[in-house]
Design a protein around this ligand. Structure first.
Ligand code: MCN
Ligand code: CUN
Length: 788
């Protein structure tokens, strides 16, 4: 007999509801959308990194029989649409008018009857460029003689983007002055790319009669996009409907508004027909939101006996040609300010200088937790370097300096209030699973034997993230507060629909949000439909990124369900003719206190809420609730990671033998989905540590423009993940859940790098920058650093 596991009624391991359509090929991604009369749009992109546009000749393209429109920057400029605001309050060219500022920048677009004709017609557009010297090296961007990139900004004389600092400079300097031990290291977190399986795209359908725009777009934040389109293009907001269909991975790549979306809208307005734009892989890699690209000067101060006193860093941040970073307005450096990590230290200070270069814009992407990936890498490398300097085991050094469980809530030296944690317990669990002492013994034996066959390395990292942006008093996007909404309706027969403002890209919200409601109401998750990604049919909210869905919208869903339950209690009291206080809730029903089975089920209550007959005094019909949740604080998930690598000294190839990840994200809604998130993130981390890299040559040509050049890990490059968990609930989240979607991506790169450096200790190697490709590792073994 075949039994179907319908999963638990509430939290727990449950197969993903959305996978029924995904595994049968019935997902509906952007490129699956086809509308009657739909045209296709292709974007002409700059072949060079920096050039003045002398002329754009579109006559031949316009003459192509299948072409319906050709649009240039100059045409957009006439309508005031050539430049659009970025999520950081900068501007970005929709189509270049004056200059191109990075290779792959949008210069013109063609709308044609089919995709091939549109592409063909691009070749008929003749652009004359006056090529300028590009700024490629971030360290030279502020040189007095560096070419000026942003001459579009009145009065701008250099490539400076912004300065930002956090912590106490003077106090930190004082601690460094008296410290017994100071270790310094420059660390580069190279430019990488989220490279989602599905590239970005849009289908725009502007109805000239209704004057209404419907935009299907690969966006992680449909409501925020709607508001920005309205503000930028002047279309009344109620006449814009943004729909996110199924999304094949976002990883932050689908947070920004890209010129392509705007071009599709303009294309539809100009032609009066629906217009589809889909990027190809190269367009996605070279022109859409990148990640990282930080050059960090790390400094750590400590006592001889291993007490960490202070951390200090200066960051040189490459933001590319336009500051297109998506970060709350008060946080231009993202949440890098949590770089004090998991340690109770006396002082900390960070200064950041961001610059423009002739590279694609972006910055906050690739499961970074708003730049905490960079911060964790800095801290966890510096702690390892300190351990090496002190001759201490890296685990021992961490254990001596962790914030203790009795110190929570803990205010860090840079002002972040960590909600809860028991770091030592999580570290111990990772050590237990890994068999840390045995691993060290094996390594010692290998080194003693000195057979030179293999170099074993053990790397540890411990991270704390701040996720769930955020309290609206501190956090907004272009003035929009970072609250999130949710609306729950229980139907007469007791099934329900939950409408949420966040937008899954593969995280499984259709399952976990149904489970949240199920847990609170006792309605089976199969009977809770989750609707998202349609601004006409979901409440307002700022979308999914920064692992904020569970901390913010998840909380909203729980509160909505609890409001429904409170109302159900009143209705049940009327049905049973008892006082509401005399009722007792067990999942799915109210019974008279002390008399199990005496009461009514949530289904019966739902029918009564909608049915004939009187409801108790003051109770309206229906069983609905709506919530906009403004979190009190962020949530602070954390984890202990241990990586074991073996390096072939002949080829310098790094093999990840084992990886142990113990995560604490508070209460887990669906352990299986959480593990899936962690598996994916660990794979990301191995990718960044060992192979992923968006490089540029000296002319500014992107060297990572295909998956032949931009290497991403496959099942072959990663081990069977060994996951464990501890559960330390968040005190302010209604079910104690913390976000987890980015944890493993954030926490794993330093574990892998620490393992590689540990393996290379016999060669006297103290540090080497990612990606630790065979050539880099080889150079490090020869005592040389490879330039990026
Ligand atoms: N979850 C849970 N229990 C918890 C925490 C989370 O069961 N204590 C579940 C959630 O219900 C949700 C999933 O785990 O189904 C991730 O939840 P959360 O941590 O709230 O993160 P978000 O849903 O906000 O997802 C965003 C996060 C980010 S920012 C990036 S980047 C990233 C990531 O998720 N992009 C992803 N994971 C991804 N996974 C896939 N498949 N595709 C992406 O593009
Ligand atoms: Cu930084 S990538 Mo996720 O926040 O969408």
């Amino acid at each position: 007999m075949i039994t179907v596991d319908r999963g638990p009624v509430g939290h727990g391991r449950m197969l993903r509801k959305e996978d029924r359509r995904f595994v049968r090929g019935r997902g509906r991604y952007l490129d699956d959308i086809t509308l009657p009369g739909m045209l296709h749009l292709a974007v002409l992109r700059s072949p060079v990194a920096h050039a003045r546009i002398l002329s754009v000749d579109t006559l031949a393209a316009e003459a192509h029989p299948k072409v319906r429109a050709v649009v240039t920057g100059a045409m957009l400029a006439e309508r005031g649409l050539a430049w659009m605001p970025t999520l950081s309050g900068d501007v970005q060219a929709v189509l270049a008018t004056d200059k191109v500022r990075f290779q792959g920048q949008e210069v013109a677009f063609v709308v044609a009857e089919d995709r091939y004709a549109a592409r063909d017609a691009l070749e008929l557009i003749d652009v004359e460029y006056d090529v300028l010297e590009p700024v490629v090296d971030v360290r030279r961007a502020l040189d007095p003689d560096a070419p000026l990139i942003r001459d579009d900004v009145a009065g701008k004389a250099d490539n400076h983007c912004f300065d930002w600092e956090t912590g106490d400079a003077a106090q930190t300097a004082a601690v460094f002055d008296r410290a017994e031990v100071v270790v310094r290291q420059e660390l580069v977190f190279p430019r990488v790319h989220p490279a989602p399986l599905e590239t970005c795209g849009a289908v725009a359908d502007y109805d000239r009669v209704e004057e209404k725009l419907t935009l299907w777009a690969t966006t992680q934040a449909p409501h925020a996009h709607r508001t920005l389109y309205s503000m930028f293009a002047g279309i009344p907001e109620h006449r814009i409907r943004v729909i996110s269909p199924d999304i094949g991975g976002g990883f932050g790549n689908k947070v920004p508004i890209y010129p392509g979306y705007v071009c599709a809208i303009v294309g539809s307005m100009v032609t009066g027909r629906p217009v589809k734009w889909t990027e190809d892989r190269t367009e996605n890699l070279i022109a859409s939101g990148f990640a990282r690209d930080y050059v960090m000067q790390g400094e750590i101060a400590a006592t001889r006996d291993g007490r960490i006193l202070a951390l200090r860093s200066h960051v040189l941040a490459d933001h590319g040609a336009f500051n297109g970073t998506a970060a709350p307005r008060k946080f231009p450096g993202g949440f890098f300010g949590v770089f004090t990590g998991s340690y109770d230290i006396e002082a900390a200070y960070c200064s950041m200088t961001a610059v423009h270069t002739n590279k694609a814009p972006g910055g906050v992407a690739y499961a970074c937790s708003f730049r905490i990936a960079e911060a964790v890498y800095l801290t966890e490398r510096m702690v390892d370097l300190l351990a090496d300097e002190l001759g201490l085991d890296p685990v021992e050094l961490r254990l001596r300096n962790f914030i203790r469980s009795d110190q929570f809530p803990y205010t860090s030296r840079t002002g972040w209030v960590y909600d809860s944690g028991d770091y030592a317990a999580t570290m111990q669990e990772a050590l237990r699973i890994a068999g840390y002492d045995e691993l060290r013994a094996e390594q010692a034996a290998q080194r003693a034997a000195g057979d030179g066959q293999s170099l074993m390395g053990i790397g540890v990292s411990f991270f704390t993230e701040a996720v769930g942006a955020g309290p609206r008093k501190d956090m907004d996007m272009l003035g929009l507060g970072m609250a999130d909404g949710c609306e729950l309706r229980v139907h007469p027969t007791g099934s329900a629909v939950l409408r949420i403002s966040v937008q899954t890209q593969g995280q499984g919200h259709e399952t976990t949000f149904a489970q949240l409601v199920a847990e609170e109401l006792g309605i089976h998750p199969e009977n809770v439909d989750v609707v998202h990604g349609d601004t006409d049919n979901t409440p307002y909210g700022l979308g999914t990124y920064g692992s904020r869905s569970t901390p913010v919208s998840g909380a909203a869903a729980v509160i909505a369900a609890r409001r429904v339950r409170d109302k159900a209690r009143l209705i049940a009291a009327g049905m049973l003719e008892v006082a509401p206080e005399d009722l007792e809730w067990t999942k799915g029903r109210f019974d008279v206190r002390g008399v199990p089975g005496s009461g009514v089920t949530i289904e019966q209550i739902a029918m009564r809420a909608h049915g004939a007959g009187d409801l108790p005094e003051g109770v309206e019909g229906g069983l609905d609730a709506q919530v906009s949740y403004n979190p009190d604080n962020l949530t602070y998930p954390y984890g202990a990671y241990i990586c074991v690598v073996d390096i072939d000294p002949g080829t310098a190839v790094v093999k990840v033998r084992r990886f142990v990840a113990v995560d604490d994200c508070g209460t887990r809604i669906n352990e299986m989905i959480v593990e899936g998130q962690i598996h994916g993130g660990l794979t990301d981390g191995v990718g960044m540590a060992l192979m992923e890299f968006i490089g540029y040559d000296e002319d500014g040509n992107c060297l990572g423009g295909s998956l032949m050049d931009y290497l991403i890990p496959t099942a072959k490059e990663v081990p069977d993940w060994e996951t464990g968990m501890t559960v330390t609930p968040s005190p302010h989240h209604p079910i104690g859940a913390k976000g987890v979607g980015e944890s493993a991506t954030v926490g794993s790169p330093p574990a892998v790098v620490n393992a590689v450096i540990d393996a290379l200790a016999p060669y006297g190697v103290r540090h080497a920058d990612m990606p630790l490709t065979p050539s880099r590792v080889w150079e490090a073994m020869q005592g040389r650093a490879t330039p990026p």
